[in-house]
Design a binder for this molecule. Structure first.
Ligand code: NAD
Length: 478
């Protein structure tokens, strides 16, 4: 049995007498590891260590050294990719093919961060723009914020952690890392990998504990300068209310829309929306949850989509052939099933799926839905998607925008004018044309408007948010 503890200042806190929490494989219930739960005392030690290492080590570490460590970490992750893929399958129940994809993206994040750490530039101001400024020089620099609190969810345990850790290091910060309780093993392995890559002790302090205790204490700690959080809207709201003057980035939820116009390539739309709606059982923040289809092609699209969904292979996430594995826990699967039954009782039609077997919910396509049903209005975070017909472009845009969320959308059409017109009108952080809402590359600005979030990730953009702008002026002698 693997027993793991927090890593603070390079030392693992693995005290025998402490309370532990079992990490269970969502597919078969096997215990993957036990984590020694940190409390507020360890959290305080972690922040102290991060602050001291920031002041005494990280602030002085040159960009070429940060770049070297990040590149080495990428190389090590490439070497250890089998181990990491295996652990993501076990702790998250993510099908192996999607776990591989996550690791390939994670390696790239480290490479982007390595490259970008050498390009943290500022500007020289034109001081003589002011009538008093002719004998003055003005410089704008980007400086690290200091201690970054990184709080992450279970669904992309490696990728989303690296979206915080890699830019934080690239920009010269230190990190207190609080991963999701359900997926701490990949986090633990990642911190060890950085140590192997030559990152000094205490640049990342790992705190394994619950959101309620260490998460909360981290958010309110006086020596934390920035919080970068990915997770649910409910927790995001709480963090925003208690963070005080700290800088905050929030990557929250969505009920992502996709629009299919009558001229779209339907086969292409079906193929990309199948992955978008059902990959990792819909437990993806930009998972396709609402599909609006022009009435002329509605029946044709729905027929093809249902047929394709029925062919998805449900099973053991370890199996290379598996498309659909378990949801993260029984409670999540039960909640999704209840939403489906509630919609059915309110008049919705379940075209396919809706069957629950253990923690696994079969891919579910719902029609005849009404505004206000949970399956369309709230974030489902489950393998369920609603398909709805529309008549006009204006109606499709209005219904898409009628949501508290605004993360990413997909628009399928061959008409370039319409594509851009619709992209401009959608209240979203990002819009894809002829690609689904669920596609993400790790180098573009990613984040939400409305209640989907605040700020942006994507390595360069996260670095912007993890640095302060500092002005330095010089008055020259006459
Ligand atoms: P969650 O909000 O339950 O937990 C996320 C993290 O917050 C965990 O580490 C948890 O321990 C911690 N936490 C819980 N309570 C806390 C508190 N009071 N103070 C501080 N930290 C606390 O989310 P989850 O179930 O792990 O993940 C699913 C959610 O994440 C979905 O809503 C999904 O849309 C969202 N998400 C968003 C993005 C994005 O980029 N926008 C990406 C992935 C997931």
């Amino acid at each position: 049995m693997m027993r793991i503890g927090s890593i603070i200042g390079g030392e693992e806190r693995n005290d025998r007498n402490r309370e532990t929490l079992a990490v269970k494989n969502p597919y078969n219930g096997e215990v993957v590891a036990e984590i020694v739960l940190a409390g507020e005392e360890e959290l305080d030690d972690a922040v102290k260590s991060s602050l001291s290492v920031f002041k005494n080590t990280m602030k002085m570490m040159p960009a070429y050294e940060r770049a070297r460590i990040l590149a080495k970490a990428a190389e090590l992750l490439e070497e250890q990719k089998e181990d990491f893929a295996e652990i993501i399958v076990q702790e998250a129940g993510k099908p192996i093919k999607h776990s591989w994809a996550e690791i390939m993206r994670s390696i790239q994040i480290l490479r982007y961060a390595s490259e970008l750490s050498k390009h943290l530039t500022g500007e020289v101001l034109q001081m003589e723009a002011d009538v008093r400024g002719s004998d003055r020089l003005g410089f704008v620099k980007r400086v690290p914020v200091g201690v970054v609190a990184a709080i992450t969810p279970f669904n992309f345990p490696l990728n989303l952690s690296l979206h915080k850790i890699a830019p934080a290091i690239a920009a010269g910060n230190t990190v207190v890392f609080k991963p999701a309780e359900k997926t701490p093993v990949s986090a633990y392995k990642l911190v060890n990998l950085f140590e192997e890559a030559g990152l000094p002790d205490g640049v990342i302090n790992l705190v394994l504990g619950t959101g309620e205790t260490v998460g909360r204490a981290l958010v309110t700690h006086k020596d934390v300068h920035k919080i970068t959080f990915t997770g649910s809207l409910a927790v995001g709201k709480m963090i925003r209310e208690t963070a005080g003057f700290k800088k905050v980035t929030m990557e929250l939820g969505s009920n992502s829309p996709n629009l299919i116009f009558e001229d779209a390539d339907l086969d292409q739309a079906v193929e990309s929306l199948l992955t978008a709606a059902f990959a990792f059982s819909g437990q993806v923040c930009v998972s396709a949850q609402r599909i609006y289809v022009h009435e002329d092609v509605y029946d044709k699209f729905l027929g093809k989509f249902v047929e394709a969904a029925r062919k998805l292979k449900i099973g053991d996430p370890r199996d290379e052939e598996t498309d659909i594995g378990p949801m993260i826990e029984a409670a999540a699967a039960k909640r999704a099933k209840e939403w489906i039954e509630e919609a059915r009782s309110q008049g919705a039609v379940i075209e396919t799926g809706g069957e629950l077997d253990g923690n696994t919910l079969s891919p579910t396509i719902i029609t005849e839905v009404e505004k206000g049903m949970k399956v369309v209005t709230d974030e489902a975070f489950a393998p369920l998607v609603s398909v709805m017909p529309f008549k006009t472009e204006e109606e499709a845009v209005n219904r898409t925008n009628d949501s508290i969320y605004g993360l990413q959308a997909g628009v399928f059409t061959k008409d370039i004018d319409r594509a851009f017109r619709v992209a401009e009108s959608l209240e979203m952080g990002g819009v894809w044309i002829n690609e689904s809402s669920a596609y993400r590359q790790d180098n573009y600005p990613y984040g939400g408007v409305k209640q989907s979030g605040l700020g942006r990730e994507g390595v360069k953009y996260a670095m912007d948010e993890m640095t302060e702008i500092k002005f330095i002026g010089v008055k020259l002698a006459k």
